[in-house]
Design a protein around this ligand. Structure first.
Ligand SMILES: [Zn+2]
Length: 211
């Protein structure tokens, strides 16, 4: 709270393993019961993309300036971002639960992919080249790499499974991540937070003989 009053930026976490999952994790808490929104305005979207290194500092500043000049367009971009985020959550939750994502959700992702692809560019990086993005102040530009990462996670040859934090236990957390552990045993978004709370709960039940 003190931090917020000083105007410091919220520090997002990047534990999902892919930008598309990190983006779904901009909602904290249990989504069904008590979701906690971290994208309140367009500036939060830019802050997330900056912290996740999807934008350079200069690109971030350019977007904030444009958002000031065009507040209605910035509000539209935030709404599009939240729609994409909720869609990605539904698609990857379905995957985590071994269900098929709905055609409506895939249609939203395909629209985001169609928005992104015309901006794909080969760019110079050092002495070589890399696949990057059109350098523009398009207010939705951070959604392009998010959409592409979702498509690659769905359609690429990525073998690691997508999981929901604490799948078989109520945790108060709805974060998604790619389980890249060798034996597929990762259960928690973070051992420090959710993992530890689950351990404490198990201990409490044992002491109280609730099991
Ligand atoms: Zn968690």
């Amino acid at each position: 709270m003190v931090e917020m009053m000083r105007g410091e930026q919220y520090r997002f976490e990047f534990i999902g393993g892919e930008p598309c999952l990190d983006f779904t994790n901009t909602v904290g808490g249990d989504r069904r019961v008590d979701p906690s929104e971290h994208l309140h305005g367009y500036a939060d979207l830019v802050a997330w993309a900056r912290q996740g290194e999807l934008l350079s500092p200069a690109q971030g500043r350019a977007l904030l300036l444009r958002a000031q000049r065009e507040p209605a367009a910035a509000t539209g971009a935030l709404a599009a971002a939240v729609e994409l985020r909720e869609t990605l959550f539904e698609i990857f939750l379905a995957l985590a639960e071994d269900r098929r994502p709905s055609p409506q959700h895939l249609a939203v992702l395909n629209r985001a992919l169609a928005d992104a692809l015309p901006h794909r560019r080969v760019v110079q990086s050092g002495r070589g080249f890399s696949l990057g993005w059109d350098d523009t102040d398009d207010l939705r530009r951070m959604l392009w790499p998010v959409a592409l990462s979702a498509v690659e996670l769905l359609a690429g040859d990525h073998a690691a499974p997508v999981k929901l934090c604490g799948m078989r236990e109520t945790t108060g957390c709805s974060w998604l991540f790619v389980d890249e552990s060798r034996n597929g045993s990762r259960r928690w978004c973070s051992m420090k937070d959710c993992g530890n709370r689950a351990k404490a709960r198990r201990h409490y039940r044992k002491v109280k003989r609730l099991d």
